[in-house]
Ligand binder design. Structure first.
Ligand code: ATP
Ligand code: MG
Length: 482
């Protein structure tokens, strides 16, 4: 069926449903708590080490990435979303790109705003990245990274610091199934010598190479060591190792990183074949890897990138960082830990117009004291029966339903019902509480372990409310009808 046939056979009032772009996923509200958990943990770890957030644009000049990441990398060769923008009034066109990663952007911003003039910078970022890859498990076209960039620091201490940060974040998230691999890829001059030896070796085994390896042989031979092709494993295992080409300084730097990791009690494996996909790395490279996610098991990649600042036109400055693939981390949390629901404290149920008006004011009062309150509101089919509202209250995950009807309005009280998910694990219970006491009662019940209902067993009806102990702080009384 052609498109126009399809259009004709559709009723006029029902437009075709649109779909998201392939490989670019929605994050639905059920997943929001998981994302928030990661984002809060990441921000808190960054704070604990004195890193400050930087936000750079999603769109940059395409040349930033071709100069920074390197022309012959997969990212720039095949995966970058880049386009010629509309010509300006002088007919000039800019080549723009969606960022495939953020290190180049952060360095660009640091140079542009002279951040390093004030001394070294500890920075972090978090946000979406874009690569036109084949979508599969653990690999999408829009994905998110949380990353660290420590700029202006030269020693092995900061390499160890960023590695420890990743470790602390995984620990805070309860992830123990991640292991650390590290390597040193030396300085560019050392790599150049290794590269010659590597090309010689691989060229001598040309017949055994796959197409990918043959294509990379003269452009990016280091990346061949990283191949996932099982047929090439024995060949790359026996290839010349960068280690043999490291000078004294590079060796000492690597030794310094390893000693600090040992001091910190962080286990690691030196993987002599570990390289990074991007051109700008030197000295320390590392990956955090899990075996629980199948083929896409690298959850964090990083290392030192001393050459990049000068490559992008700044005054040379050493730097080091990492990027964590957030979706892969969330997948890991999902497979190892039960989902935590996003629950509110109170769901407000009401019947009748006076109660509806009161309910809105009560809800505002409770929010003012810091409670999370969902007010029942009419849908397309109306406000719903008491029973259907209570169903919504249960489904909301709230600890309490606060119920207002004509009786409650008349007596200036609310009915408070403990829902199944009372945080203290109490059985469902229901009682009347004076509106003046409602906020205190709910806050007590939510923050204290003791049974607030028992404490409030003598809860007074509204006409005795004046005799009840007044709240410590006036602001925590909800508005009453008087
Ligand atoms: P890979 O070898 O998995 O392609 P990479 O070397 O391209 O990784 P980096 O550029 O170092 O990855 O990005 C750091 C992290 O970001 C990766 O370890 C991974 O967790 C995540 N990541 C990279 N590309 C994607 C993608 N297309 N979809 C989801 N996560 C990704
Ligand atoms: Mg990749």
């Amino acid at each position: 069926m052609s498109q126009s046939d399809d259009a004709r056979s559709r009723p006029l009032d029902k437009p075709a449903a649109l779909r998201a772009v392939k490989g670019m996923n929605d994050v639905l509200p059920d997943d929001a708590p998981l994302w928030e958990r990661f984002e809060e943990a990441a921000a808190s770890v960054a704070r604990a080490y004195g890193y400050r957030r930087i936000r750079t644009p999603i769109v940059e000049q395409a040349s930033l990435f071709s100069r920074g990441i390197g022309q012959v990398t997969d990212i720039v060769e095949k995966e970058m979303y880049a386009w010629d923008d509309k010509a300006d009034k002088d007919g000039r066109r800019e080549q723009l790109a969606l960022r495939p990663e953020s290190t180049a952007s952060v360095v660009r911003a640091a140079i542009e705003h002279n951040l390093l003039y004030d001394g070294p910078q500890r920075l972090w970022y978090s946000g979406p990245m874009f690569r036109r890859e084949r979508p599969q498990r653990g690999r999408t076209r829009q994905f998110h990274q949380f990353g660290i960039e420590a700029m202006g620091f030269a020693g092995p201490d900061v390499d160890a610091e960023v590695i420890l940060m990743a470790k602390r974040l995984f620990d805070d998230l309860g992830l123990d199934d991640v292991r650390l691999e590290i390597n040193s890829i030396g300085q560019p001059a050392e790599r150049a010598l290794h590269r010659v030896a590597l090309i010689d070796y691989l060229a001598a085994h040309d017949a055994a190479l796959d197409d990918d390896a043959r294509r990379r042989l003269h452009s990016n031979p280091l990346r061949i060591l990283d191949t996932k092709n099982p047929a090439l494993q024995a060949l790359v295992e026996a290839a010349p190792r960068i280690e043999a080409y490291l000078g004294d300084e590079s060796r000492a730097h690597f030794e310094g990183v390893r000693a600090r990791l040992v001091d910190a009690g962080v286990p690691f494996r030196v993987n002599p074949r570990l390289v990074r996909g991007l051109d700008y790395y030197n000295l320390t490279v590392f990956e955090w890897i899990t075996d629980s996610l199948g083929a896409q098991g690298t959850v964090c990649g990083g290392g030192r990138y001393d050459p990049l600042v000068a490559m992008l036109g700044g005054k040379a400055a050493p730097a080091c960082g990492f990027a964590i693939g957030i979706e892969r981390i969330l997948e890991l949390i999902r497979t190892s830990q039960p989902a935590a629901g996003a629950a509110c404290d109170v769901y407000l149920v009401h019947q009748g117009e006076p109660a509806a008006r009161l309910a809105m004011r009560v809800a505002e009062g409770l929010r003012t004291v810091g409670l999370d309150v969902v007010l029942h509101c009419a849908t397309g089919s109306g406000i719903g029966s008491f029973k259907s509202q209570m169903k919504r209250a249960d489904a909301s995950g709230a600890a309490f339903a606060v119920i207002l009807g004509d009786d409650e309005v008349a007596s200036n009280q609310a009915t408070v019902k403990t829902l199944a998910r009372d945080p203290a694990g109490r059985d469902a219970d229901q009682r009347r509480v004076a509106l003046d006491d409602l906020a205190v009662m709910l806050v007590d019940a939510l923050v204290e372990d003791e049974d607030a209902f028992d404490d409030d067993a003598d809860a007074t009806p509204s006409d005795d409310a004046a005799d009840a102990t007044p709240p410590d702080d006036e602001s925590i009384a909800v508005p009453s009808m008087h």
